[in-house]
Design a protein around this ligand. Structure first.
Ligand code: GSH
Length: 220
């Protein structure tokens, strides 16, 4: 498989974790979002939406949208499972994943930042306030769901990582990058720390990738 990724792409982070958990090898193709390489013709031919990640299967099929890729990996490589065994649990886990991937994260992406900057001429402080607002709103909603939910365990749902944790750690990483205090979200913080202690999560972190900017790299 060929995996189109960028070190600080949070949607790529999700797929990296799933590939690690399921022990699936992939050749990584780095697409530099800082250089707008996602908009260049060769990547646009692969993914007309000009977003990362994409996963190209050995038969040439192109998978896009991280949640669809996670579901594909789950269906084709069920072990270890990243969704609960029961329908209620699966709906809950998918709901948490969607809160991050469909609501919180899109508002923080380069295309939105570019629009705020170039079309709306917002100053850096206004753009930072935008990012902070949407990041905190999703953190609060995650805490509301996780705290006190009967299925919350070491992880978002029970004691094994699921797609909910895979999505949630990216959102918390965005919060940490903005120096947002996690104290008001103790359940989110605890689950984040538990998940990131797993090597499959830690190795997928933006600061640990071969294309990570030198200044951001965490030495292994
Ligand atoms: N909903 C998409 C989001 C994809 C996305 O926004 N990816 C970002 C990187 S994390 C990207 O490639 N952005 C390019 C841009 O905004 O121009 C998914 O989950 O795959």
């Amino acid at each position: 498989m060929k995996f189109f990724s960028f070190w600080r792409s949070l949607a790529s982070f999700r797929v990296r974790i799933a590939l690690n958990l399921k022990k699936l090898p992939a050749d990584v193709v780095f697409v530099d979002l800082d250089a707008d390489a996602q908009r260049a013709a060769d990547y646009r031919n692969t993914n007309p939406q000009m977003m990362l990640p994409s996963l190209v299967l050995d038969d040439g099929t192109v998978l896009f949208q991280s949640l669809a890729i996670l579901e594909y990996l789950e269906e084709t490589h069920p072990a270890p499972p990243l969704l609960p065994a029961d329908a209620n649990g699966r709906a809950w886990v998918r709901g948490i994943a969607a809160m991050v991937a469909c609501e919180g994260h899109p508002l923080l992406t380069p295309r939105v930042r570019r629009y705020l900057d170039h079309e709306l001429n917002l100053r850096d402080t206004q753009q930072a306030a935008w990012r902070r607002h949407w990041t905190v709103e999703t953190l609060a909603a995650l805490e509301g769901h996780l705290a006190g939910h009967k299925e919350t365990g070491h992880f978002c749902h029970g004691d094994r990582p699921t797609i909910a944790d895979i999505c949630m750690v990216g959102h918390v990483t965005a919060a940490v990058n903005q120096q947002i205090d996690l104290a008001p979200y103790p359940t989110v913080k605890r689950v984040f720390e538990t998940a990131m202690a797993l090597p499959e999560f830690a190795k997928a972190h933006p600061t640990m990738q071969p294309d990570t900017r030198e200044a951001m790299r965490v030495k292994k």
